[in-house]
Write a new protein. Sequence first.
Length: 434
Amino acid sequence: MIAVLTICFLSVAAMIALVLFEPRLHPHHTAVRIFWLAPLAGAIVLFACGLISGRAIVGGLTADTAVNPLKILVLFFAMTLMSLFLDEAGFFRVLAGALLRRAGGSQTTLFLALYATVSVLTVFTSNDIIVLTFTPFICYFCKNAHIDPLPYLICEFVAANTWSMVLIIGNPTNIYLATGAGISFAAYTAVMLLPTALAGMTSLLMLWLIFRRRLREPIHATPPTAIAADRPTMAIGLLALGGCLVLLVLSSYLDLPMWKIAALACAVLYVAVVPELLMRHRGLATVRHSVVRAPFDIIPFVLSMFVLVLALDGAGVTAAAAAALAGGGVWDTTFRYGIASFLSANLVNNIPMSVLFSAISAAGDGGAAALYAAVIGSNVGAFLTPMGALAGIMWMSLLKTHGVQLSFGRFMGYGALIAAPSLLAALTGLAIVL
């Protein structure tokens, strides 16, 4: 057990260092994030030292279960590719521009409109997509409006990582934890509605209390009126995503796994849109750019972390953790697992945490309370530190690209004020529902 723990600890520590110091490879002048090399190296060392067998790895990756990471990756990338396609077609820019123009000269109205827009879009896409698409837009708008971008960027990030809890597809951690436990789309949503609503109201209140003075200053410019969008292509993307969401809701009644529904919807979208674009002589830039922008580095990262967790499970670590978190009723279990997952996400990132807590909850006696509490911790934990989620890592990188200064310590200052009450509100809502 000690050897496995040591290798896993060093792998996670190296991953954190790679994230914080951001060394990059530049093949063909294209920057490539390499944080996933650390867990991959750890998985290779575990295998080379005989601490996990090839049979165990292959068995885990090919198991006909909901927790199979390959199925989860298919579901995640199918939803991601559909959302990125909509962004390339101009959907997010059109919607954001329309709502932001209605704010007029009031920063307060703009702030509330942004929170509402990001929250609604996150529910039906995912937090990662919203962070990737809205952050450049906010930086551009605030620069031209001569207003401080930080209130809006923090607002965007918090809203995206709060309302991502309400549906399974809102965050890859939701997908892993919920599908691993065999929870259907409809059952998940029914439980998470109240916790998400309470966390959403709490986070908005805290954001308002923190930034209310800055928002009193008027806006001296208006958002751009002309926003490029390919409306026929956008309509096809919306039909595909909307149809996919309807089928996901009905998946348990249709006896169809969610990953197959998402994969089929994504395939239909891309197959249907290619001839449509060519017939209008639009070219395939929309398709090409949406595929290129997909976060493919998450594949080796998730698979490597899965191997690390398999090794920890085989060494008895997950059973020991489950025993440490065992005991108590629904309220005790909810807060115990919720706080533990929240803190763990900020130590090792929320995806590795979710892989680990999926195994811990399966080995323990926490039941649904443990699973849903870990879901809450994986989402709300994202805005305590930048290490809490991949969305945070990408977001901080985007801020640097656009010249917005936000230190690790300042992020934590805002995050602690917002995350703690939001976590407590969500866990309270979960305990009430269960």
